[in-house]
Design a protein around this ligand. Structure first.
Ligand SMILES: [Zn+2]
Length: 200
């Protein structure tokens, strides 16, 4: 519905309302804020969004967001290359990093197995994970998948797939509530769940 009769405003509201956590009301507030701010702010905002799309790619190794073929975490020589933290999504890396309790590298799955939503193992970066286990001489995979029913099933699927490899598979300790998203859990709780992680 076109409340204001201004197509440019309506289309901005419509686009903003597709962002996660942004409902129609918030989208309207943001759009009107942008409308009222000076032209320089609006141009910079638009520029940074375009730059983000043009100047980033996915890390070839871990599928984190990256400016080059490898992300800053994969390039960091102070990181323990024998440990991988397996996450669903890029935002989960931010959650784990903010706890400062994990010093290995990551692997972004790109979701969880969910046959009902049409997500099968081959749609995720599982094959690449298996390749990394073979090629990178990994000692531990810490599964930090969000503890939903599908997340649990995905962890079990992957641990079965890797059971003949000589790699320790752990998961975050309880303390991360069932059905919750890592992204919304405070860093101290995540930190504790990492330190007290258990064998899967
Ligand atoms: Zn990477």
């Amino acid at each position: 519905m076109n409340f204001f009769g201004i197509n440019a405003l309506e289309s901005l509201i419509n686009n903003l309302s597709h962002l996660p956590g942004i409902g129609k009301k918030t989208a309207q507030r943001l759009a009107i804020f942008i409308l009222k701010s000076d032209a320089q702010f609006a141009e910079e905002l638009a520029d940074t969004i375009i730059k983000l799309k043009h100047e980033t790619q996915l890390c070839q190794r871990c599928f984190n967001i990256s400016e080059g073929p490898l992300c800053h975490i994969c390039k960091d020589e102070h990181r323990d290359a024998s440990k991988i933290c397996l996450v669903e999504d890029i935002v989960d890396i931010l959650a784990i990093e903010s706890s400062h309790e994990f010093n290995g590298r990551y692997h972004v799955l790109g979701g969880v197995i969910s046959p009902l939503s049409g997500v099968m193992p081959e749609d995720l970066h599982i094959r690449e994970l298996v390749d990394r286990v073979t090629n990178e001489n990994l000692k531990e995979i810490l599964m930090a998948i969000n503890p939903s029913t599908e997340g649990e099933a995905t962890m079990i699927y992957i641990s079965k797939l890797l059971k003949n490899n000589n790699v320790l598979i752990t998961q975050l300790a309880s303390g991360v509530p069932i059905g919750s998203n890592l992204e919304f859990i405070d860093p101290a709780t995540i930190g504790r769940a990492i330190l007290t992680r258990r064998k899967l």
